[in-house]
Design a protein around this ligand. Structure first.
Ligand code: ADP
Length: 507
């Protein structure tokens, strides 16, 4: 086992990796930019190295500084987390060339799966079904229209280098093609420095189901079952769960075997995820393989009992995976991504100081967060602040538990997605599992607007009554306005929210 590793990331995933290190008895080195000088991951790690200014291009994306920091601190390996440099083949290679271990797949496997077109070619060769479409980038508008007609509208233009839902455009007719192609290309160039775009048939009403795999250096490659991530906005996941209501044990075994075949074809080692679209008839198509730890890995951890991040480290250190046989998921897990976005305002990312943070707890609740009271939320980095994850015996119980946990959560100082999640959880379609990847977008109007005035007025009345009651109580107990007043705004806001949400649940 390594004695020390460097974590080339920030926020919740850096803390998650530090926790894995602590349990493995491995020392951790954090890195931080100017904006993160007081971030929790810096304090929690055994050592921390300043790597540059706030913009990630000058800090978390600067491979040279990261490798330098590892060398200076005597770290033997680098864990890249997700995002930033986690899926950059050149960085995995540079880490290896520097004589350090890379806690991830070989650079060659990252390259094989790094471009969506290359991955589609590889999957096809391995007998893995892919979404109908091209495996070569488009030359121009004419070719794009010809290909689209061949597969039939609607089609989806996708950036070959894509990720995070960027560089994608749905096209429904010839007339939309030129502007959509220019848009997809522009976004791809800006996000990935590569404007190659190809065509996939746009599949209507499927679910997003992905398979977690773990492969060691000794030839064992295991499927750990599925996660469903159909609750998406702009092709980005908001809520994930494991298992999926749409996957039977037989389908789980088949999709697992498919994912293992794709991973083996790429010479895969370490943790990875094969993403699929699944239709109502149980047909599924490979989308891509993510060659890193996923944001939503905790739901798999909770239903399998395996610590995926510890396994990433153990695999990189040369350990063998045990023979786990056919894994059956235990219970149900759900994750909500808590972001600093304002759903009532077009999901505009917000900034500010976390004035007050109260975390949910109790049975079956896990908080993977990167913030604390006093944290500054800036626009330099991803708006995901934390993940709230629950585990319970059944899906219904997990939904009730998540709802309860979200009500316990208070984040004051920045707008967050918390209330939006409550509304999704309250929706009959979500409760019955009747969702697809288009479901959320089609209901954004109803889910993202502020609560109905009648409910809000009643909730405000309840909150006022609660406050009056408290005032009376504090007078009797000898309290006086001065000190109490300071804590009143957050308490009042809390009471208001709880009352409003209780109202929402009843109606
Ligand atoms: P990215 O790497 O940018 O996340 P993906 O290929 O993983 O891109 O796709 C992201 C999401 O976009 C999927 O989860 C799915 O919701 C949607 N999507 C991707 N391909 C298709 C398709 N061919 N038809 C319909 N939806 C798609």
């Amino acid at each position: 086992m390594f004695s020390k590793i460097l974590i080339a990331n920030r926020g919740e995933i850096a803390l998650r990796i530090i926790r894995a290190c602590q349990e493995l008895g491995v020392a951790s080195v954090a890195v931080y930019s100017d904006a993160d000088a007081h971030a929790p991951h810096v304090r929690e790690a055994d050592e921390a190295v300043h790597i540059g200014p706030s913009p990630s291009s000058e800090s978390y994306l600067d491979g040279r500084r990261l490798i330098d920091a590892a060398r200076r601190t005597g770290a033997q390996a680098i864990h890249p987390g997700y995002g930033f440099l986690s899926e950059r083949e050149w960085f995995a290679r540079a880490v290896r060339d520097a004589g350090l271990a890379w806690i991830g797949p070989p650079a060659e496997a990252i390259a094989a799966m790094g471009s969506k077109t290359a991955a589609r070619q590889l999957a096809t060769r391995a007998g893995v079904p892919v979404v109908p479409g091209t495996t070569e980038p488009l030359r121009d508008d004419d070719e794009a229209r010809a290909v689209a007609r061949q597969f039939g509208y609607p089609v989806l233009l996708k950036a070959a280098a894509g990720g995070g839902g960027k560089g994608m455009r749905v096209v429904r007719a010839d007339a939309e093609m030129a502007s959509a192609l220019a848009g997809a290309r522009g976004e791809a160039r800006k996000s990935f420095g590569d404007d190659a775009v190809y065509v996939e048939k746009y599949i209507d009403g499927p679910r997003h189901v992905e398979i977690q795999v773990l492969a060691d250096q000794h030839g064992t490659c295991l499927s750990l079952g599925e996660r469903e991530c159909s609750v998406q906005r702009r092709h980005q996941k908001m809520i994930e769960e494991a298992p999926s209501v749409a996957v039977s044990p037989e389908l789980r075994a088949r999709m697992g075997a498919t994912a293992v075949a794709a991973a083996r074809a790429a010479g895969y080692v370490n943790a990875g995820t094969c993403e699929f679209l699944l239709d109502r008839d149980g047909n599924y198509w490979f989308l891509e393989m993510n060659t890193r730890i996923q944001v939503e890995h905790p739901v798999t951890e909770l239903v399998t009992g395996l610590d995926l991040v510890q396994w990433q480290v153990r695999i990189a250190a040369g350990e063998k995976l045990p023979d786990l046989g056919a894994l059956t998921p235990r219970g149900w897990a759900i994750e909500c991504r808590i972001t600093s976005e304002d759903p009532a305002n077009g999901f505009l990312p917000g900034t500010g100081r976390i004035e007050h943070l109260h975390l949910p707890s109790g049975p079956g609740v896990r908080w993977d967060g990167g913030i604390e009271g006093g944290s500054e939320v800036s626009l330099f980095y991803d708006p995901m602040l934390a993940k709230l994850i629950v585990h319970a015996a059944t899906r219904d119980m997990a939904i009730a538990r998540m709802h309860r946990a979200l009500l316990e959560l208070t984040i004051d100082g920045v707008e967050t997605s918390r209330e939006f999640h409550l509304r999704v959880l309250e929706h009959p379609d979500f409760r019955s599992g009747n969702i697809s990847i288009q479901w959320l977008e089609q209901r954004l109007g109803e889910l993202a607007t502020p609560r109905a005035p009648a409910a809000a007025i009643e909730a405000a009345a309840i909150a006022a009554a609660l406050l009056a009651e408290r005032d009376r109580a504090s007078r009797w107990s000898g309290g006086h306005g001065g000190a109490g007043a300071a804590s009143e705004p957050p308490a009042a806001a809390d009471a208001w929210r709880r009352a409003a949400l209780a109202e929402g649940l009843r109606s």
